[in-house]
Design a protein around this ligand. Structure first.
Ligand SMILES: C[S@@+](CC[C@H](N)C(=O)[O-])C[C@H]1O[C@@H](n2cnc3c(N)ncnc32)[C@H](O)[C@@H]1O
Length: 235
């Protein structure tokens, strides 16, 4: 019998549905309008395989990756026939044995890692064409990050601490890791974490990084981010 996990809570499923609706729309448009082939796919930080299962229904040859054995065991039960890898995506060499994939999907993971830059570098190595990356980002214009203590449950990071980047920081990491084309999805995503309000800053963003130019409605190309030395002048 399938184990019930935090991934099955109503609040979790609600944000999954919102993210998947946007991702599915975007993937369909990218495939229609861009000169890119998406056949193989890796779902990084797959948890119990919710997105893995949906990616498979799109006809993609999907594999999953997660660093938690219990999540992998449940994912294998829920999404039979899919290969799941038990690896730490922030370790410099753990993913060296994996091939590259036409499409890499990494939702809800980056902000649970203490070395997001290494994660982005590993994602770049694993990506043959397109990376879909969804993350929490902290508000702010500078390329900085915020250190947090992680909670201790199956949805969190493998280490006690995580660094959460700003949008600029994340875009700079994508650029530095070697993604020549970096986009942000500007379409609506039906969840409050993706909207700015009078009371709360927008919490999450959806990025597409690519090795080939892409076209799709609501895909906004971003420009290079400047990462200067810190200015210690008192003002
Ligand atoms: C918040 S869940 C995201 C699950 C799913 N992708 C989603 O968006 O709903 C984060 C997942 O990443 C996994 N994870 C965290 N740190 C990881 C790491 N360094 N390497 C591999 N997996 C990791 C966790 O075990 C968990 O399954």
């Amino acid at each position: 019998m399938a184990a019930t996990t935090l991934f099955d809570e109503a609040f979790y499923l609600r944000i999954n549905e919102a993210r998947w609706a946007a991702a599915e729309r975007l993937l369909a448009q990218v495939e229609r309008a861009s000169a890119v082939t998406l056949r193989s796919c890796l779902d990084v930080g797959c948890g119990v395989g919710w997105f893995t299962a949906r990616l498979a229904t799109r006809g993609l040859r999907v594999e999953g990756l997660d660093g938690r054995p219990a999540n992998l065991e449940e994912a294998r039960r829920r999404v039979p026939g899919v290969v799941f890898h038990g690896l730490d995506i922030q370790a410099p060499n753990d993913t060296a044995g994996l091939p590259s994939y036409d499409l890499v999907v990494c939702f809800g993971l980056l902000y649970h890692t203490e070395n997001p830059f290494q994660v982005v570098r590993n994602l770049r190595r694993l990506t043959r064409n397109v990376l879909l990356l969804e993350s929490i980002v902290i508000p702010g214009e500078s390329p900085t990050a915020w250190l947090v203590t992680e909670s201790d449950n199956e949805t969190q990071g493998l280490t006690t601490y995580a660094l959460i980047p700003t949008r600029a920081c994340l875009l700079k990491m994508l650029e530095a890791a070697g993604f020549p084309y970096r986009y942000e999805y500007a379409g609506s995503i039906a969840h409050e974490d993706f909207t700015e309000s009078a009371a709360r800053h927008r919490r999450r963003r959806f990025f597409v990084a690519s090795r080939v130019p892409l076209k799709a409605d609501q895909l906004v190309e971003t420009t290079a981010v400047h990462a200067p030395k810190y200015d210690f002048t008192r003002r």
